[in-house]
Write a protein that binds this ligand. Structure first.
Ligand code: XIL
Length: 372
């Protein structure tokens, strides 16, 4: 008997959840304040999880390709471009009336080594690397010309102390590689917005480095529209006053400010792994994975408080903040389950692994309701 009713009950529970009037779409709740985005990757589009795409259209009005537009995916070998997955993301987004963010053109990670070498394996000259950068940008940005709201043109070019990060881009081309990337991107799609994106760039020293980049571009008359603060954050860090200051500082430079890859890690993580330098990792230990079965209510509430504080702040700045993008649709999809420590069970987003809204979801909805 039980077995017979169960599937029907399950179906109605699923239906209820997906059009639960107690869980209005985030994009509707924050309409008039900022776009609400999510990352999206092959898994969401594959059909393996039939709930994923309806959930995305219900809650989000912007998408960022989590990996599909990165150099190693879209241009893995010289002269070979694979647009299939990114095209599917574009089709899905266009059919659903969502904005698409291009991520990312010039970065030190997820970029194959060959990019910096000639066919004999020798390091490229400045001119040759600029040529290669230009070709890549023309091809990728050109392919989506008129369809992308804005591009993360350069990602993570600044170190924690505010100096330019040592990367092959910098050492081979020199510090004008950033402005060249923005020039090429603008040529390839004059209508697209162009962004500088980084993690920890809410911290004062790094912020100063990003401010210097923006100021330099502006002085030279090179288009830059916004600064992305990735927002790979934690329960105990950063102190959100630095986010508050950064929004003002970037906005005062005429920049749109975006939180571009947000989540709040709830697991114990050594501070040297804070940030988002993807090459830094540590080995799995059970002690670093304390909530393997479920998230204790007390931690869920801590997360809710932290999100509420953040959204109070973002809503206060909604004339300066144009978009808030979550890095993942629900806890099961978050890269934080496997980075910086593989094999953990993390709970950094607003929805649990079954798409149920968590207290953190209701907490931010409440912040928006206070303004009505
Ligand atoms: C991450 C993706 O989420 C992972 O799937 C991938 O394995 C590594 O990259 N900064 C960025 C994002 O700009 O592109 C990164 O995304 C996270 C850090």
């Amino acid at each position: 008997m039980k077995n017979k009713i169960l599937p029907a009950v399950l179906i109605s529970v699923t239906l209820l959840t997906s059009c639960d009037s107690d869980a209005p779409g985030l994009k509707d709740v924050f309409a008039g304040h900022f776009l609400i985005g999510t990352s999206i990757d092959r898994r969401e589009l594959s059909g393996a999880d039939p709930g994923a795409l309806p959930f995305i259209t219900e809650h989000f009005n912007a998408v960022t390709a989590e990996n599909a537009m990165k150099w190693e995916r879209i241009h893995p070998e010289p002269g070979t471009y694979y647009f299939d997955l990114a095209d599917s993301i574009m089709d899905f987004a266009q059919n659903s009336g969502m904005a698409v963010i291009g991520h990312v053109l010039v970065w030190h990670s997820q970029t194959p080594d060959w990019v910096f070498r000639d066919s004999l394996g020798n390091q490229l000259t400045r001119e040759a690397l600029l040529e290669r950068m230009k070709d890549h940008i023309q091809m990728v940005v050109g392919h989506y010309r008129g369809k992308v709201l804005g591009w993360d043109v350069v990602n993570e070019a600044v170190d924690e102390d505010g100096s330019l990060r040592q990367t092959p881009w910098l050492s081979i081309i020199g510090d004008d590689y950033i402005e060249m990337a923005f020039r090429y991107a603008h040529e390839a799609d004059p209508e697209a917005e162009l962004y500088y994106n980084d993690y920890n760039n809410e911290e004062p020293l790094k912020r100063a480095g990003v401010t210097a980049i923006v100021t330099n571009l502006k002085e030279k008359g090179i288009r830059i529209d916004g600064v992305g603060i990735q927002g790979h954050w934690h329960l105990d860090s950063p102190d959100f006053t630095v986010v508050d200051e950064s929004i003002n500082e970037y906005a005062n430079l005429g920049m749109k400010v975006m939180i571009t890859e947000m989540e709040i890690n709830v697991l114990p993580t050594p501070a040297w792994l804070y940030g988002a330098e993807i090459s830094k990792t540590a080995e799995y230990r059970d002690s670093l994975n304390p909530y393997a079965k479920e998230l204790p209510d007390s931690v869920g509430l801590q997360l809710a408080d932290r999100y509420a504080e953040l959204f109070r702040l973002l809503l206060r700045h909604s004339d300066q903040v144009s978009r808030v993008t979550f890095w993942g649709i629900n806890d099961g999809y978050s890269w934080k389950n496997d980075w910086p420590i593989p094999g953990r069970t993390n709970y950094p987003l607003l929805f649990d692994r079954d798409y149920n809204p968590k207290p953190a979801y209701y907490a931010i909805i409440k912040e928006a309701a206070k303004l009505k």
